[in-house]
Ligand binder design. Structure first.
Ligand code: ADP
Ligand code: MG
Length: 498
């Protein structure tokens, strides 16, 4: 930015409007000002040059006549030449002088300096046969010095000095300058007006945008940003409205999540209360009934405990991955450990677990969190299965990734529920699941853990029956970038069945 602009800017402050205003003014006025100035200069030079040429031509003709008549030696007396010189001086509203080789002025049409001497560099150059001219804009005159000589310049018998007034040319020029100034002033005021209106319009859009945003600061329940004319502001508006919609969605799902949590936590407590009250209300409860109710109460407490544990695990899953304890882990050993821990449950359900390692895998993962994910998936395969069914776990690797697939021989997942099973508290068959003892958080935890590792999880039904879960995790941990914000909320429920 040029210095003068920086100075103006420091005076009026940094504002979009001031910058735009300056730019429009400069673009609008500067080229016309320069063009007008150049035009005036060229015009002045052209007219003066052509006037000088005109005078020089005439002087040349007369100097020839003077030479032929040896006029400088014996000035006056030749009426024809006298009148030629008079005419020349009248024509240019000026003065003609003849100077002899001894620098004596022999003829002056003003009759003021005859007999005096004229010493000047131009006259000297005239005597060496050179024709020169001088223009004095301040005094409004041109001086043309012409040697009086024969055609072949062999002998200079005198010098002719013609002064011509340029007042006419100069007055035309000054008129043009006035017109130029007026036009420039008019143009400048038009440009100022236009700049004022245009900047007000453009800046007005931004002002309205910031006003709308200000209004939204308090809350974003209903509002939407409205009314913009320009594509650019339209785009900002759209982006902003998308952000708003997203925030609203987050808000809604958070509310939903809290409602779900409260409900899930309340259910066992309600059961406990009912069981306890019914014991209190009866006198002399038989011992067996008492025991049975107390066992039910313990089961409900266990359930409450499980929900709270699952919730805590879920809360710990943060998609930015900042909380991950990444270390090189033998995935084969990890899966073996999980299967060993789940074997008692599988035996109870009479379900067989088959583990197959196609390739040995060492990967950079958070052992605890990823174990939790696989435990939940494999446990589901056992729980949602038929008696004498099986769960097959296969570990394999692709370039840069390792894959774990878990397939079971159970009833599978109804197609309409497939998009939702990763949502928090989502259970296909509430009553049956309750019997089985789920919280509906297992797959949400699994998905969160996989996403923390920048992996992907997918659920589908096998054509031959049963469900199949596929998990892909990068072998090397991908360090999260800045924009990976904490999104471990339920706002993207069901979105990531990648
Ligand atoms: N392997 C599977 N076969 C059939 N249904 C499944 C399977 N895995 C999960 N589901 C369904 O998805 C629901 C959500 O699973 P999950 O989040 O682990 O919750 P839960 O605590 O009920 O197991 C389950 O309630 C069940 O209905
Ligand atoms: Mg589960």
């Amino acid at each position: 930015m040029p210095d003068f602009l920086r100075k103006i800017r420091s005076v009026i402050g940094r504002s979009l409007r001031a910058d735009l205003f300056l730019i429009i003014c400069i673009i609008g006025v500067l080229p016309c000002a320069i063009l007008g100035f150049v035009f005036l200069k060229v015009y002045e030079k052209q007219t003066i040059d052509s006037r000088i040429r005109q005078i020089q031509n005439q002087c040349l003709i007369i100097s020839n006549h003077l030479y032929l008549n040896g006029y400088t030696d014996a000035p006056s007396g030749n009426e024809v030449l006298d009148s030629e010189l008079e005419q020349l001086s009248v024509l240019y509203d000026g003065r003609v002088m003849l100077i002899a080789p001894d620098l004596k002025i022999t003829k002056d049409t003003y009759s003021l300096s005859e007999g005096k001497y004229m010493v000047s560099p131009e006259v000297e150059r005239g005597f060496s046969g050179e024709s020169t001219s001088v223009y004095d804009g301040g005094e409004h005159y041109i001086e043309v010095i012409t040697p009086i000589t024969g055609r072949d310049n062999e002998e200079v018998i005198g010098v002719m000095l013609t002064g011509a007034s340029t007042e006419q040319i100069d007055s035309t020029l000054s008129l043009l300058r006035k017109v130029y100034t007026v036009v420039m002033l008019a143009l400048a005021s038009v440009v100022l007006g236009v700049a004022f209106i245009v900047t007000a319009r453009i800046v007005g859009q931004f002002r309205r945008l910031s006003e709308s945003v200000e209004n939204l600061k308090e809350g974003f329940a209903e509002e939407k940003i409205e009314v913009f004319d320009y594509k650019e502001t339209e785009r900002i508006k759209e982006a902003f409205n998308q952000v708003l919609a997203r925030m609203r969605r987050v808000d809604e799902t958070r509310g939903e999540f809290v409602a779900n949590v409260s409900h899930e936590l309340k259910t066992p407590i309600t059961s406990i209360k009912i069981l306890a009250e019914s014991l209190i209300s009866q006198d002399d409860v038989p011992n067996e009934i008492y025991r049975e109710f107390m066992n039910d109460i313990v089961a409900e407490v266990d359930r409450e405990d499980k929900i709270i544990n699952d919730l805590l695990s879920l809360v710990k899953m943060d998609r930015t991955g900042v909380n991950l304890q990444i270390e090189k882990t033998d995935i084969d050993l990890m899966l073996e450990g999980i299967i060993k821990r789940l074997t008692p449950i599988a035996e109870k359900e009479k379900v067989d677990i088959i583990f197959e390692t196609r390739r040995q895998v060492i990967a950079e993962v958070d052992d605890t969190k990823l174990s939790l994910a696989f435990t939940n998936i494999i446990e589901n395969g056992i729980k949602y299965n038929h008696e004498l069914g099986s769960v097959k776990v296969v570990l394999d690797s692709e370039p840069m990734m390792f894959t774990v697939s878990v397939e079971d021989t159970g009833p599978g997942i109804p197609e309409e529920d497939l998009p939702h099973i990763f949502e928090r508290f989502y259970r296909v068959d509430k009553s049956h699941s309750r019997e089985i003892g789920g919280t509906g958080l297992g797959l949400a935890i699994a998905r969160a853990a996989v996403l923390m590792h920048k992996g992907a999880i997918k659920a589908e039904n096998r054509p031959e029956g049963g469900a199949r879960f596929d998990v892909k995790i990068p072998l090397s941990y991908i360090i999260p970038t800045e924009d990976a914000t904490s999104e471990n909320t339920a706002e993207d429920k069901g979105r990531e069945r990648t």
